[in-house]
Design a protein around this ligand. Sequence first.
Ligand SMILES: [Zn+2]
Length: 279
Amino acid sequence: MEKYVMLAGQLGLEGIGDDPEWHSPTPMAEKDIIRSHSSSYYTSLLNGSWTREEERRSGFTWSPELIRRESIIMQGTWSCAQAASQGDIGLNIAGGTHHAFANRAEGFCLLNDLALSADLLLYNGMARRVLIVDLDVHQGNGTAAMTRGDDRIFTFSMHGASNYPFRKETSTLDVPLPNGTEDPLYLALLQDHMDNILDDFKPNVVLYQCGVDVLASDKLGKLSLTLEGCLERDRIVLESCRKRDIGVACAMGGGYSKDVSVIVEAHMQTFRLARELWS
Ligand SMILES: [Zn+2]
């Protein structure tokens, strides 16, 4: 979790952490969480009544602090989504917990901030259509499963074809990529799909899982994007939305480069670009 501390520090150094728009969320209300997650599952999270298999699958050792932290992350993305519903941009310095399902944890994700925020936007009348763009190298399996059947939510996942999760769910649009995919192919595909989806689906709000495990330096990613390519990726998503007056909520997602400063720089690129485009 070193990257989160370093990211917060760097945001402060660059004057973003001092911004009057900087918020420190409180835990999300239970009534909001159990709109999308099963209440029995949420109770098991609060009580720590996991089987060993459930705990292993989560990737975490259970503690009350862990559950509290996760529900704060949920509220963080939901706050960003509310800003996005006003045409603004909001960035959570954590989140992007796209492997969590309605009734189970998986892959270091306990609750799903993207599915929760999409549902709350629709339920509260803040959006009629929500697009979830998931560019983390791992497929957004939990998000796809939790939002399936709701045609007001479009899930778009571009991910490593041979990477975790090995049993993929079906998103509205999945774009699986071969190992070693480099900037030119990645960026061309992304621009094409973003333009088509935004023009056809016409979302009011975009939720963007901007994981940086697509970098060639990533230990788990298997793709080969450069740092410059990663910035271009963000630019395609954010500029495409900005020029159509669509607000965006970003959740950071994964990043496992050996050198933590590379991960922080990749995430900082997203923040700097957001500030440039929405200033
Ligand atoms: Zn990932």
